[in-house]
Design a binder for this molecule. Structure first.
Ligand code: FAD
Length: 456
């Protein structure tokens, strides 16, 4: 968008709307908002504005629209596809001050949360009321409700509860004309036309600014068991997960590989999980109202080969088992700027893809370090490649083409952002992309929200 209107005039109008303390123009202060979590994506914002209410968000949108300055919504800035990083001259609309949390509605098992509420705070809040929020991910201390809606975040419990879209009962959002759509009444059934809340899930800040969400909650189970299992490879992990799916208490199935675990141990000082260096390690977790340990043990004992397994039921010990998996992302970041390729495959193609992708990366980027882990129950692998320069996308191209050849998707849960928009047509048809572009045009005809994100 053209940057009409002087920066001072724009800043003055925004100061009048939200207060001087919430309009940031100092380059040093803005730096942390302009760079993504991985360090691969860097932008240059005109300023950062931090409204404190939905009405202020609407005012900010109207002011920016009037002078034709693009808006990049930002929550916790933990996104991994560069979607919250601004093009030069855009305004970053930071939602962190929209952090109100309504009391938990125990009758409906729902809660209304402001867009800026972090996942960890949401979890604590609903936990104190005896309920749980079904979506969980390792960035919980920073990732926000608004960002999770906008990215349709997946995470660790998708195989039991689905992702963010499955938990969103309604949203409040500011549209490109400054109008406010509010669907926060918590109606379980409401067939009155297009599902706007569902459409905003996964819209990556390109259609509207999410200011609050009405969220579905799940039971807070009294019993939980985590098991770490050493295996010969991904085919064995897939076989075991297929058997464990018969357990109604199965909540998570995560996979990691020896070379990634080595990097985690080197970075964190953790010991190796087993005396034997297994090529593949599966983490599973079950949760239920009655103790699921016996059911899990029986399912593991029924495996054709004896399994090397570490099991924990107490909170701290379970967190210990999770740490090898959860600390992969930071450990990968510590060895360099990663190319993060979050892909999903039909479950039947996952093992073939994993065995083909490693030599392919070695061919395209000789000497690169490849770390693969992911949500194996969902067919979702995170392929991380460290070595190629941040702007060298040869390895991205090769991996996405292999994914397409296996009829997978180039984004399982992180979204398209700036990182993958050039490859959207690999797994979406021209008609499909045209339909999405028409939706964008209907919601945001002036291209105000997040230009350069999602659509080519
Ligand atoms: C250690 C680590 C682990 C992670 N694990 C997972 C995982 O398991 N599963 C998973 O899905 N993701 C994971 N992520 C990615 C990330 O945490 C999610 O994408 C998360 O949903 C982003 O939330 P955020 O508040 O940080 O959004 P941001 O990074 O600030 O923004 C992400 C996108 O949403 C838009 N946006 C943000 N807020 C709003 C709003 N209020 N209205 C409209 N648009 C908005 C932005 O413009 C941008 O396009 C992980 C990240 C890290 C660093």
């Amino acid at each position: 968008m053209a940057g009409a209107g002087g920066v001072d005039l724009l800043a003055e109008q925004l100061v009048a709307a939200v207060g001087a303390a919430h309009v940031l123009t100092d380059p040093d202060v803005m730096a942390g908002f302009e760079r993504d979590w991985t360090g691969r994506w860097q932008g240059r914002a005109r300023l950062v504005v931090r409204p404190g209410t939905t009405a202020e968000v609407a005012q900010v949108v109207q002011i920016c629209a009037a002078v034709g300055v693009a808006i990049v919504p930002q929550g916790g800035n933990t996104g991994l596809v560069g979607g919250a990083v601004p093009d030069a001259g855009a305004v970053i609309l930071h939602l962190g001050r929209l952090d109100h949390l309504d009391p938990v509605d125990l009758t409906s098992a729902q809660v209304t949360a402001g867009a800026g509420v972090t996942l960890a705070r949401l979890q604590d809040h609903v936990g104190a009321a005896g309920l749980a929020f079904p979506v969980d991910l390792a960035a919980r201390d920073s990732a926000t409700v608004g960002g999770m809606v906008a990215t349709n975040a997946g995470g660790l419990h998708v195989l039991r509860y689905g992702g963010m879209r499955s938990q969103v009962v309604g949203v409040e959002a500011v549209m490109a004309n400054g109008g406010i759509v509010r669907r926060l009444d918590g109606l379980i059934k409401d067939n009155t036309g297009y599902d706007l809340p569902g459409l905003l899930c996964g819209s990556e800040g390109t259609l509207a600014v999410v200011t609050a969400a009405r969220l579905r909650l799940s039971p807070l189970f009294a019993h939980r068991v985590t098991a770490l299992i050493g295996l010969e490879g991904l085919p064995a992990a897939l076989d075991l997960v297929a058997r464990l799916r018969t357990l109604t208490s199965l909540e998570a199935a995560e996979v990691m590989f020896a070379s990634g675990i080595d990097i985690v141990c080197a970075h964190t000082g953790l010991p190796a999980p087993f005396p034997v260096r297994y090529p593949c390690v599966l983490l599973v977790e079950c949760a239920a109202a009655t103790d699921p340990v016996d059911d899990l043990a029986a399912a593991l004992l029924a495996a054709p080969e004896p399994l090397d397994t570490a099991v924990a039921t107490a909170g701290a010990a379970r967190a210990g088992l999770w740490s090898w998996r959860e600390r992969h992302t930071e450990a990968v970041n510590a060895i360099g700027v990663p190319h993060k390729l979050d892909v999903t495959l039909p479950l039947g193609s996952m093992a073939a893809f994993e065995s083909e992708v490693r030599p392919l990366i070695e061919k395209v980027a000789p000497g690169a370090t490849t770390v693969i882990f992911g949500h194996v129950g969902d067919g979702n692998l995170h392929v991380n490649v460290v070595g190629p320069a941040p702007d060298d996308d040869g390895v991205d191209d090769a991996v996405f083409r292999l994914v397409a050849a296996h009829h997978g998707s180039i984004s399982a849960e992180h979204g398209i952002g700036r990182a993958k928009r050039g490859w959207l047509d690999l797994t979406r048809s021209a008609d499909d992309i045209a339909a999405m572009a028409a939706i964008k045009m209907a919601f945001d005809p002036g291209g105000l929200f997040n230009p350069g994100v999602l659509l080519p």
